[in-house]
Write a protein that binds this ligand. Structure first.
Ligand SMILES: Nc1ncnc2c1ncn2[C@@H]1O[C@H](COP(=O)(O)OP(=O)(O)O)[C@@H](O)[C@H]1O
Ligand SMILES: O=C(CO)[C@@H](O)[C@H](O)COP(=O)(O)O
Length: 494
C-alpha cells in the first residue's frame, strides 16, 4: 500500500493506493485556513497542514479498510513556492507566505533588476522571477521582519516541510525547488550566488536543504510519527514535489504529447519536455519535473478563488452555482470579467484588481456574473496555453484536474475554449495520486514510472468533453472580447 498526500491551498488530501491490486482504495481531505491581509498578503500556519494531514490520513486509511502496517511508502505533493522559514529548533520563524501572496511584488521587481532584468534571470536561473516565487518572500522578510529573518536556520517549501515533519530530514528535490527563484532549473542545482544576493547574511550551505534525486527517498518515518499514525518502522518517504509536478504524474503526463490543466485555487497548464525549455514568453516557467525532465508551466492566480468569491457573494452552494452557470448563454450576454481579485501572475499584473465590464440594466443577472467569472478564468488559461506554444499546441488531449473539474459545464467550457478534447482522471486529486505513484516508484525498483501510471492513472470516460464546433466559434468571439478588455484595461497586446 502507498499513501499520497497533497497539501493544496485550501485543503490537504490523502489517497491510499494498492499498486498490486491496481486500485485507488480511498480518498479523504481536510481544509485549512487562508489568512488574507492587506496589500495581497496570503499566509498559512504550517502546523495547520500537519493537523489537516493527520485528519485526512486517519479517515483515508479507515475508509480504505487497510491495516496501516501494510503501508510501504508515502509521497507528499505541495502547493509550490510557499516560504517556510524555520529556526534551529525546526519552528517557523514566520507564517508560511504562499504562492498567491502578492505583497512582495516590489521586492520581486527589485530582484529582477538586480539580476539583470529578464535576460539576467534567464541566464542565471533558466526562468524569469515572478511575484509569488519564494525569492521575493525571503527578501521581503529581511526588510520587514529582521528579527524573524535573523533566526532563520533553514528555508523549505510546503512539501519539504511536511517531509521534514515526517522524517526529520531537511531535503529538497528539483521540481519544487525550481519554483524558489534561487535554483538553476537547467543544471538542477541551487544557485547560491542568487541566494546570497537575496539574503547576504544567510549561509546557503547551511540554510538551503540538501538536494536529492526525485527517485531518492527523503528518509524514513520518524519513530514518533510512525507510532502516532500506526505505521510500521522503516516506511519510506519519497522525495515528493510541487503539486503541479505530481499532478502531471497523476495524470500520466510524464512524456511529451499531453497537457495537464488544473482548475484549482490557481489555474495551471503544463506539458512535459525531456529538455529544458526557453520559451518565447518570459511568463512560461521552465520548471523541472519531479521525475526527471522538465515541466514548462504557466500559472494564473484567479480560478476557483475567483469563482468562489462570486459564488459566495450570492450565497450559492456549488449546486446552485452550477445551475446559474447553465442558465446564462455563452458570452454571458456581453458581460466580461477580468478576474484579477488578488493581482495576477500570467499576465504579470501583481497589483491588478478585478473588473466587471459591459454591464447594463438588461444583462445584470446572477447567472451572467457567475458565467462571466468562470469564462474569464478559462480564458486566462487559454491565454497561458497560447504562451506555452508548440509544446501545448501539439497536444491531442487535455487532462483536467482540480476542484473546478467537478463541474460538467466547466469541463465542456475548457474543451470549447481550447478546441481540444478534455478528460478527467477518476481520482479527485491527481497530485495526491501522483505522490503515491512517486512513492511506489521510489520503493519498488521493479516498476518504471510509466508502468505505474499505466496501472493507476484511470481516466473517467464519463467526464469526456469533445469540443462542439458551434460553441468553439462562439467562444472565439467572446475570447477576442476578453483580450480586448485586457488590452484596454492593462495595456497588453490584444
Ligand atoms: N463543481 C464545482 N464547480 C466549481 N468549483 C468547484 C466545484 N467543486 C469544487 N470546486 C472548487 O474547487 C476548489 C478546490 O479545488 P482544489 O483543486 O482542491 O484546490 P487547491 O488544490 O488549490 O486546494 C474550491 O474552491 C471549490 O469550491
Ligand atoms: O504557484 C503555483 C504554480 O506555479 C500554484 O499552482 C501553486 O502550486 C498552488 O496550487 P493549488 O493550490 O491551486 O493547487
Amino acid at each position: 500500500m502507498y499513501i499520497g498526500v497533497d497539501c493544496g491551498t485550501q485543503s490537504t488530501k490523502v489517497v491510499v493506493v494498492d499498486i498490486d491490486g491496481e486500485a485507488i482504495l480511498a480518498e479523504a481531505s481536510r481544509p485549512h485556513r487562508l489568512v488574507e491581509g492587506a496589500n495581497g498578503r496570503r499566509e498559512q500556519q504550517p502546523e495547520e497542514w500537519i493537523e489537516a494531514f493527520r485528519g485526512a490520513f486517519e479517515e483515508a486509511v479507515s475508509r480504505a479498510g487497510i491495516a496501516p502496517r501494510t503501508v510501504r511508502a508515502i509521497g507528499v505533493s505541495g502547493q509550490q513556492h510557499g516560504m517556510v522559514a524555520l529556526d534551529a529548533a525546526g519552528r517557523p520563524v514566520y507564517p508560511a507566505k504562499l504562492w498567491c501572496d502578492t505583497e512582495t511584488a516590489a521586492h520581486n521587481a527589485a530582484l529582477v533588476d538586480r539580476l539583470g532584468g529578464a535576460s539576467g534571470c534567464l541566464e542565471k536561473l533558466g526562468l524569469v522571477l515572478q511575484t509569488g516565487y519564494t525569492a521575493s518572500k525571503l527578501a521581503w522578510l529581511r526588510d520587514t521582519n529582521p528579527e524573524a529573518y535573523r533566526r532563520i536556520d533553514t528555508v523549505l517549501l510546503p512539501h519539504d516541510y511536511l517531509n521534514y515533519w515526517l522524517t526529520g530530514e531537511r531535503v529538497a528535490e528539483a521540481g519544487d525547488a525550481s519554483g524558489t527563484g534561487y535554483f538553476d532549473t537547467r543544471s538542477r542545482q541551487w544557485c547560491r550566488d542568487v541566494f546570497t544576493e537575496i539574503a547576504p547574511e544567510l549561509d546557503p550551505a547551511r540554510v538551503l536543504p540538501r538536494l536529492i534525486d526525485s527517485r531518492e527517498p527523503a528518509g524514513t518515518l520518524r519513530p514518533a510519527v510512525a507510532l502516532e499514525l500506526g505505521l510500521g518502522e522503516g516506511v519510506l518517504v519519497a522525495s515528493g514535489g510541487g503539486d503541479n509536478m505530481l499532478g502531471a504524474i497523476g495524470t500520466g503526463n510524464i512524456a511529451p504529447g499531453i497537457v495537464t490543466l488544473s482548475l484549482g485555487t490557481s489555474g495551471t497548464v503544463c506539458a512535459y519536455s525531456p529538455d529544458p525549455v526557453r520559451a518565447e514568453s518570459d511568463m512560461v516557467a521552465n520548471f523541472c519535473a519531479s521525475h526527471g525532465g522538465w515541466l514548462p508551466l504557466i500559472c494564473t492566480m484567479n480560478v476557483t478563488s475567483a469563482s468562489t468569491l462570486v459564488r459566495e457573494l450570492f450565497a450559492l452552494d456549488l449546486a446552485a452555482f452550477g445551475e446559474r452557470l447553465a442558465a446564462a448563454p455563452i458570452g454571458a450576454e456581453g458581460v466580461t470579467v477580468l478576474p484579477f481579485f488578488n493581482g495576477e501572475r500570467v499576465p504579470a499584473l501583481p497589483h491588478a484588481t478585478a473588473s466587471f465590464l459591459g454591464l447594463d440594466s438588461r444583462n445584470l443577472t446572477q447567472a451572467n456574473l457567475c458565467r462571466a467569472v468562470v469564462e474569464s478564468a478559462t480564458f486566462g488559461l487559454r491565454y497561458g496555453l497560447e504562451l506555452l506554444g508548440p509544446l501545448a499546441a501539439g497536444a491531442s488531449q487535455i487532462r483536467l484536474i482540480g476542484g473546478g473539474a467537478n463541474s460538467p459545464l466547466w469541463r465542456q467550457m475548457v474543451a470549447d475554449v481550447t478546441a481540444t478534447q478534455v478528460i478527467c482522471p477518476q481520482v479527485t486529486d491527481a497530485a495526491a495520486l501522483g505522490a503515491a505513484l512517486q512513492a511506489a516508484w521510489c520503493e519498488r525498483r521493479d516498476f518504471s514510472l510509466a508502468a505505474l501510471c499505466e496501472r493507476l492513472v484511470h481516466l473517467d470516460e464519463a467526464s469526456l468533453a469533445e469540443p462542439k464546433a458551434t460553441s468553439v466559434r462562439a467562444y472565439e468571439t467572446v475570447y477576442a472580447r476578453y483580450c480586448e478588455a485586457l488590452s484596454a484595461q492593462h495595456g497588453l497586446p490584444a
